[in-house]
Structures are given as C-alpha cells and as structure tokens.
Design a protein around this ligand. Structure first.
Ligand code: LLP
Length: 427
C-alpha cells in the first residue's frame, strides 16, 4: 500500500495518493468525507474531459457527434460538463430529456433510444425538436408516425438494428444478440426501412446499433460495423438514403485489470474499416456512457463495524447496494482502497452494507487493514452507481461532489429521510 508518494491508481488517472492521502485532482478525500459525510460520490471533471478527449482525438477530421449516454450518470452538473464540451446526449426516457434541458443541453443533439417509448415521451421529444429517434421495432414506427402526424411534424428516425454479434460481456448488459429485446433483427431491417419510408410522419435519417456494455475487445465492434454497413448498402440501393451511422456505446473501462482498447485506438481501427468500405466521410454518431465517467468517480464510505467470524470476516460500511448496486446486480468488481492507508498486512474481509439482504455486498474477499471509523474509497464508481441508486430501506441517496482542480463543488445534496417520503400521503 502506498503511503508516501504520488501514485496514481491503475486506470484512474486523476485519482492518486499524494503523501498518505488519497486525492481526486487537488482535493483530499478525507477532508471531503469530514465536511460532507458518507456515503459520498466524488467525481473528477478533468478525468471526464480527458476520457472525452480520447474520443475527440479519435474523430479528428471526421464529421462526428458524441452523444453521452446519460444513463451512466445523469446528475445535472455532469450533463453540464458534457454539454459545455459540445456533446449531445443519448436518452432513454422523457425524464432524461427533462434533465438535458435543465442542464442547458441542445435538444437538436439528442438521440432517443429505448424499446418502450410512450406516446407522451414521443410528443415531448418532438415538441423540443430532438435530433433523432432510435426506433427499435416496426410497431414503434407506426405509433411514432401517428404522433408526429397529429402534431403536423416529421419525426427524424434511425432504426436500431440488432446485428447478432456477441460482445462477450455479462449477459445482463449484452444487447446485440438475437435473444435480446433490443433492435430490429438484421434480416428484417430492410423491410422495416421500407415501412418507415412509407409512413407519413417519419423521415429516415440514420441507422444505429449498440451491442452491449463493458466491452473490452475491439472484435465485436468491427464485426457489428461490417453487419451495419452491409445494411446501409442494401437500404440505400432500395432508394432510402441513410444520412448518419451511429455505432452506439459500450466501450469498457478498467475495473480489475481489464484492458479495453483506448477510445482513440478503437476508433482508428473502426475508421480504417469505414474508409476501406467507402463510408469514412459519413456523419458518424456514438453513444458512450461508462467510458466517459466510470473511472472519473469514487464512492467514499465509512467503516462502521468490523465483525470477525468463523467463515468470514465482515467489514460493515455505511454505503450499501442502494448506493452501489452493481455488485449485487452483476457480481461486478469495484476496487476498494483506504483514503488514508495504514501500514501492515490486514486480514481478508467481505465488505458489506447495512441493507437487510445477503446480496448487499460491495466487495468479497478483500485483504485490508482497516479500523472502524476509517474511510474507504470504492473506485470506478462514476458510472451506473448514482444513476441506479435507490431508496431501499428508506436510505436517502448520497451527496455528490464535482472536483475541478482544487475546488470541490457540491452538486447534489444528501437526501434526508423526509425527502424519501415527501410525495407520500396518509389516507
Ligand atoms: N446506447 C444505448 C442504446 C445503451 O443501451 C447504452 C447502455 C449505451 C449507449 C451506453 O453504453 P456504455 O457506453 O455505458 O457501455 N447498468 C449496467 C450497464 C447498462 C448499460 C445499458 N445500456 C452496468 O452497471 O454495468
């Protein structure tokens, strides 16, 4: 354990030990925990912008729009960071659209994905003039056309095609296989495009695919691209022009020694293929989520009790599955490190939260030297943690801090118990 040098943690470029204190950029995490309490999410603005810069480098000289998949972390100030950096947004609900507008995002740079858009959400999106609907079924095409006609508008549409490519990731976050609910099957795509082109309320503008999340190998992307480009050729030779090609998101991050390609390296490979097939100068879109924010955030949590046992030692902390749902949902691994390390070897603990479920664990079999009162940092917590947090066990959701250099901005206050039941009433 590093106790005295300036040491970055693997995969977390702006999170490092300075002396014996873990910092996010120029701010000591022990100080933030004292001031704001725990559990506490802390994000690095520089880490987000440098993750974004890798995509921007990858697309230099191309017509490309990066639409941040805000489901990864939809806090307003995070959206503001990406909006100010020129990003559009990939949304999956009317609620997310409302957040984009509240954060100052440009609706013309919004693409609306998801298999279950309601008529109300379609209307809301048409009213503000979103860039594109990524439509996932023929039934949705009919409904969207009817809604647009009733408003005297044309809805810009792209069809999400399911390329039937295995992204080799956790089954719950794999989306581009035949058995998944997402997208229009490759074999049915031409028919669906003809159908879309025939409907009075639609204007076909693009094609998209998204094969899964936490993808650590470039091969599935290259295979999916081939399948999508085959379809572009087919659809265009049927007389339906495809203005933009959207390759979705999905690039993985380093949680536990994972070695995904860097965004710029991945795009060099993908663009070489696009060029070789003559599509390099098309308008391109992508929808990255996790790779922009995942390694930019940590969750601070205080050790409440150590509970040694015959079979297991438990380290009981004040964050739980309602704050950090990924281990319980996907058996996901997050590194856990002390913000102020102690010297020595420690013992092996399961790190668990206070929620009344055995599934409420944050890390298993972790060698740690800790005492009650110590603050731990759960790493790689910038994506799919706060955005998936719940109030289970009437636990208020954590506060959030955005660090920018030596400044720490409180971007979300801690929810009180009262906040969690403020919309309820007695009969
Ligand atoms: N576009 C679409 C249509 C998506 O469904 C997703 C993610 C993305 C883009 C962004 O993918 P990313 O770049 O973040 O991999 N809660 C899970 C991840 C669910 C991903 C859902 N879709 C987790 O914590 O691992």
């Amino acid at each position: 354990m590093n106790t005295s040098t300036n040491a970055n943690l693997p995969g977390q470029p702006h999170i490092a030990y300075l002396g014996d204190q873990l910092h996010v950029e120029g701010v000591a995490l022990s100080q933030l925990a004292r001031e704001h309490g725990t559990p506490l999410f802390v994000y690095s603005k520089a880490a987000m912008l440098s993750a974004l810069a890798a995509y921007q480098r990858g697309f230099a000289g191309r017509q490309a729009q990066i639409c941040y998949a805000m489901k990864a972390n939809s806090s307003l100030a995070i959206l503001q960071v990406f909006a100010e950096a020129g990003c559009g947004f990939d949304i999956v609900s009317g609620g997310e659209l409302a957040r984009v507008l509240a954060a100052g995002g440009d609706p013309a740079k919004v693409i609306f994905s998801g298999v279950g858009k309601t008529r109300h959400e379609m209307k809301q999106a048409l009213q503000v003039g979103i860039g594109c609907f990524n439509v996932e079924s023929e039934a949705e095409l009919d409904v969207l056309s009817a809604v647009a006609v009733s408003m005297g508008k044309h809805a810009p549409v792209s069809l999400r095609v399911n390329p039937n490519v295995d992204p080799k990731t956790h089954p719950y976050i794999s989306t581009g296989l035949k058995g998944n609910k997402f997208g229009v099957a490759h074999e049915e795509a031409l028919r669906a495009y003809r159908h879309a082109a025939s409907l009075p309320g639609l204007k076909v503008v693009g094609i998209d695919c998204h094969i899964g999340s936490q993808i650590t190998d470039s091969t599935p992307y290259l295979d999916a691209m081939d399948r999508v480009l085959d379809l572009v050729a087919e659809v265009e030779s049927a007389g339906i022009p495809i203005h933009h090609i959207d390759f979705g998101g999905g690039l993985g991050i380093n949680y536990n020694g994972d070695t995904p390609p860097q965004a710029d390296a991945l795009w060099a490979q993908l663009l070489a293929k696009l060029d070789a097939r003559g599509y390099g100068q098309r308008q391109l879109m992508i929808e990255p989520g996790r790779s922009l924010v995942g390694n930019a955030g940590v969750c601070l949590t205080e050790v409440l009790y150590l509970k040694p046992g015959e079979q297991k030692n438990f380290c009981i902390v004040d964050a739980a599955m309602n704050d950090l749902p990924r281990p319980a949902m996907y058996q996901a691994f997050h590194q856990i490190v002390p913000v102020t390390p102690r010297s020595g070897d420690g013992v092996v603990f399961d790190v668990v939260g206070p929620v009344c479920e055995s599934g409420d664990w944050i890390g298993r079999d972790r060698q740690m030297l800790v005492l009650a009162g110590d603050v731990l940092a759960v790493l790689s917590a910038g994506a799919y943690c706060m955005s998936m947090a719940s109030n289970y066990n009437t636990r208020g959701r954590a506060a959030e801090i955005l660090v920018d250099g030596t400044k720490a901005h409180l971007i979300r206050q801690r929810e009180s118990a009262f906040d969690t039941f403020a919309l309820e009433q007695l009969v």
